[in-house]
Design a binder for this molecule. Sequence first.
Ligand code: LRH
Ligand code: MN
Ligand code: MN
Length: 390
Amino acid sequence: MSDPDLTAVEAALQSQRIETPSWAYGNSGTRFKVFAQPGVPRTPEEKLDDAARVHEHTGVAPSVALHIPWDKVDDYGALAAHAKDRGLRLGTINANVFQDDDYKLGSVTHPDAAVRRKALDHLLECVDIMDATGSRDLKLWFADGTNYPGQDDIRARQDRLAESLTAVYDRLGEGQRMLLEYKFFEPAFYTTDVPDWGTAYAHCLRLGPKAQVVVDTGHHAPGTNIEFIVALLLREGKLGGFDFNSRFYADDDLMVGSADPFQLFRIMYEVVRGGALEEDAGIAFMLDQCHNIEPKIPAIIRSVMNVQEATAKALLVDRETLAVAQRSGDVLGANAVLMDAYNTDVRPLLARIRQERGLGPDPVAAYHRSGWAEKITGERKGGRQAGWGA
Ligand code: LRH
Ligand code: MN
Ligand code: MN
């Protein structure tokens, strides 16, 4: 067994970037109850102020994804400047065509052309916002689908979807991308128009190189082998990014790496194996989570750390020894190489890397010591909901 090149592992961990979602800082809940938390942001600017704390203590979360219209402001250039003043930048723009009465039967796949036009106009407006914020990626997730067999024509809906996607694709500027997100069900219960990676891949393939698939780890049926999907999309040059979170049952949006850290490790191993960790590989590593019952900022810090830990373990896989075992058909030996890396305690390594950068070794503890929670609890009254049911 060869020793891992720790310098290369450290360099990779130093350069990793994880984007946090604006909505994770706001109040959220289930359709049964939203539990308001003290000190929650009242404006998009305050969400950025909180995100800056996550970046301050982790050093690897310099960008924030926006959701439009949840983060609607009059001047996106000013919002980008607010981010910049805090050492942040605005990241992915998430479109929202699922919270308007007109979208009851769908948005871009709706049978009525006027509704489709309205949805398309929103998507195009999101590209305008990207121009103002300097964002690279537009993330598209559609709640579109049907609840009953026969309700609408499955193929016609695919045609309508393709038409809108093409119009958005044609509007993308230099260096801008479209990330198409799939989800197997919810809110539609019979058919979903973009239910799986295959559907997203087929549309992206037709659209061209600026269209890429995004894998939300919570959007699969139980038992789905997500790392296989990641390996395949990377091999095809069609993986654009991740929406990281954890699930036990459906789209639970729990902290990434909390339900199944081994799965996260397996996913990150395929990322490392595919050479996709480096920034120029163009993979957006984003969180897409809601912190309904736990304090939000420390939960987001914890999530960033969970991704780092899984990445560190993936980087520690002894790939030379693994390749030898695989070639010689040594099933148990190959499996042991992977398990050795997974079972390594990488927390001391990550603590040392943080200290080398002048950060506290334990970002959650550093946040608790900082007094930020007390400050926002005292200053902010009437925090806003993340979006759902607002
Ligand atoms: C849909 C989804 C999508 C939305 C986000 C709020 O379930 O994962 O990414 O934009 O939740
Ligand atoms: Mn998502
Ligand atoms: Mn989701």
